[in-house]
Design a binder for this molecule. Structure first.
Ligand code: BGC
Length: 383
């Protein structure tokens, strides 16, 4: 199928209400959809330019009225509008009001796709098939989130999804880009589901063995700007272990039991309750308790005040829960908001950090002839 670059001034895609059951997660929630006469819609708006490239913002709407906006720059999710328990729509993600915000130095990976390798690789080096590779040391001597110009800072090709609501983005990462081996063809399919789920499916193939770890770096704050921090949100993570890290957040190769401690989110817990006991705040990889290979429910986030609730389903073995520790109130966010420390939090479904240097961790090497796949769903409701 032909990719629509930015030639089309606008596109409206109306599809009938349908849900592909084959794609639904193992712990599939009831759709509860009654808006059978309404349709999905997908439109695109110009969002500025980077050199000769046009930046486009896509607006996806589902039959219940949930709205998600996504840029072809970095595959960035700029807005997610969902109702609270009284039905009031609100934007539950941090971001900026214009392209300039996303392009500014110090944009802390707001809403973007992250790759070729999300999270850290120690000493910005790894060896593969007897050859050593050097990457950009962009984080305390280590590499973070794909290097200097990762997948968050490139323009993706885009096309409308067929028969469902959403867009599919594609990017060809060249052999040697940011130091990684192999020409990598990546596709990321964003789909808005009838039950207010945002499904993200990642796919990739390569012509040389390469590490790969793709995720999305959306910062959630379910208050729609009412709360300056996420410290009153409640988090649940189905995980008994975190990967232990050194002071530079590089895994030591061992695991720490969370039971009863500040990292224990096995039952929903207010984030602010124990955060002071974790030096620097939460920025760790939780090892997910999983039963199968399909996307399954591994965590949730709840705003007790307004009732907004997000359930996270994934195929991945880990999740980086990052409590926005490095936000410092110096960025002009949406509607003039200053994003202070803990203004938002990320739930980055992923493989473990530094896996290319940690042979005991689940494999992150993609070989020619293989297909990389990961699926994550953020499903919004209220309670
Ligand atoms: C990392 C943080 C980092 C942040 C950048 C997170 O995924 O875990 O350590 O500072 O991304 O915004």
């Amino acid at each position: 199928m032909k990719y629509l670059f930015n030639a089309l001034a606008s596109i409206i895609v109306m599809t009938t209400l349908s849900c592909n059951n084959a794609d639904t997660p193992a712990d599939k929630p009831a759709t509860g959809d009654t808006a059978s006469t309404k349709s999905y819609s997908l439109s695109e708006q110009p969002y500025g330019e980077i050199g000769n490239d046009k930046v486009i913002q896509y607006t996806l709407t589902n039959p219940s009225g949930m709205v998600v906006k996504i840029l072809n720059y970095g595959g960035t999710v700029t807005n997610i509008m969902v109702p609270d328990r009284s039905g009031k729509m609100g934007d539950v993600v941090l971001g900026f009001d214009s392209l300039a915000g996303y392009l500014q130095t110090g944009n802390p990976y707001m809403g973007c796709l992250v790759g070729r390798y999300a999270n850290r690789i120690a000493n910005a080096k790894f060896s593969l098939d007897g050859k050593s590779y050097s990457l950009a040391a962009n984080n305390d001597g280590n590499t973070l989130h794909g290097g200097l110009k990762g997948f968050d800072k490139v323009i993706w090709r885009s096309k409308a999804n067929e028969g469902d609501s959403g867009i599919t983005l594609a990017y060809s990462s060249k052999d040697g880009e940011e130091g990684y081996p192999g020409n990598l063809e990546v596709e990321v399919k964003y789909t808005l589901m009838p039950d207010n789920g945002l499904k993200i499916e990642y796919m990739a193939t390569t012509d040389k063995a390469t590490p790969i770890n793709l995720t999305n770096h959306t910062y959630f704050n379910l208050s729609d700007g009412a709360d300056t921090t996420i410290l009153n949100h409640q988090l649940m993570l189905k995980s008994d272990l975190v990967t232990a890290v050194n002071t530079k957040l590089i895994p030591t190769g061992t695991f720490t039991e969370v039971k009863g401690g500040p990292m224990d989110f096995t039952s929903p817990k207010t984030i602010g309750q124990d955060i002071a006991k974790v030096p620097g705040g939460y920025d760790h990889n939780w090892v997910l308790r999983r039963a199968g290979v399909d996307a399954e429910l591994i965590g949730s986030l709840y705003h007790p005040g307004n009732g907004r609730f997000v359930e996270v389903f994934t195929t991945e073995p880990g999740i980086q829960f990052y409590s926005g520790n490095f936000l410092a109130g110096n960025l002009n966010g949406k509607k003039g908001m200053k994003y202070v420390k803990h203004a938002g939090l990320c739930l980055e479904t992923q493989h473990f950090p530094d896996s290319p240097n940690q042979p005991e961790f689940p494999n992150t090497i993609l070989k020619p002839g293989e297909a990389y796949k990961q699926t994550t769903i953020y499903k919004f409701s209220t309670k």
